[in-house]
Design a protein around this ligand. Structure first.
Ligand code: DGL
Length: 283
């Protein structure tokens, strides 16, 4: 038993899909969420630079006495998971391996698509991780950077609860302009005859209805957020580090962005609950 909080971070809001999935599975756990909104997006940056951010944010989370760290960003996982696991004394979990494992388990024709930021695709981390799990799987990766903008744009304009945003018939995202971008990005993946598609960016689960429509019903979507939440449950259970429920769970959010109201509004929609305790951190 360990009642210390779980530290989770992302370049901005996307990691809140992971925080949400963890909170749903482990409602007794306290969370410390760090969104590096001031330096978002990470996707177009060099991996070396992002690795520096990973080191800095993990050091900060350790000062908050977290019992484990979840790198809730695919780009940051590609850049700095190995470094963080070597340098810090708490378990560090990334989002890539859980998503890759979910895809390998799901695929029947062993043709898997991956959509992610440019930095994640260029790092080759998904292809390598999937092939390490099953060398017979063929991976088709494509960068879909505008999906991050679309997620945030939709939330800013709609002010709807997350359930409505991610509903199958989401009128927020199933709009002609977004559908055209999705078709342009996803047609090559569809033509590659994949039966499984990894949403390799933590923003993308919010766009599941738009992505599903573009690739067709027969393609299974793997959310790295849900798969990572399962991994967090397993890691804490295995170490006997789950909270015992004797203290009420307490979620605290930090952002490097100066617009706290914006973070509260967008973040609350993605997390699925109001963000009450929010503080600015200068990096
Ligand atoms: N959430 C980030 C990821 O999973 C994408 C957003 C960004 O480019 O910073 O890669």
């Amino acid at each position: 038993m360990n009642n210390a909080p779980i530290g989770i971070f992302d370049s901005g809001f996307g990691g809140l899909t992971v925080a949400r999935a963890i909170h749903k599975r482990l409602p007794r756990e306290s969370l410390v969420f760090f969104g590096d909104t001031a330096r978002c997006p990470y996707g177009p940056r060099e991996l070396d630079e992002v690795r520096g951010f990973v080191r800095e944010i993990c050091s900060w989370l350790v000062t908050q006495n977290v019992k484990m760290i979840v790198i809730a960003c695919n780009t940051a996982t590609a850049a700095g998971l190995a470094l963080a696991q070597m340098e810090f004394n708490v378990p560090v979990v990334g989002v890539v391996e859980p998503g890759a494992r979910g895809a390998v388990r799901m695929t029947r024709n062993r043709r898997v698509g991956v959509i992610a930021t440019r930095a994640t695709v260029n790092s080759g981390i998904y292809s390598n991780t999937i092939r390490n799990l099953d060398a017979g799987v063929t991976v088709f990766s494509t960068a879909t950077p505008r999906f991050v903008e679309i997620v945030e744009d939709g939330i800013r304009k709609s002010n709807s609860p997350i359930e409505r945003l991610t509903a199958e018939a989401s009128d927020v995202y199933l709009r002609p302009a977004f559908q055209e971008i999705a078709r342009d990005y996803l047609d090559p993946i569809k033509k590659a005859d994949v039966d499984t598609l990894v949403l390799g960016c933590t923003h993308y689960p919010v766009l599941a209805p738009l992505i599903q429509q573009a690739v067709g019903e027969n393609v299974s979507l793997i959310s790295s957020s849900e798969e990572t939440a399962k991994e967090v449950v397993e890691t804490l259970t295995y170490r006997d580090h789950l909270a015992d429920g004797s203290l009420p769970a307490h979620n605290v959010f930090f952002t490097t962005g100066k617009d706290l109201d914006d973070f509260r509004q967008i973040g609350g929609h993605i997390f699925g609950e109001p963000i009450d305790e929010l503080e600015y951190v200068d990096v």
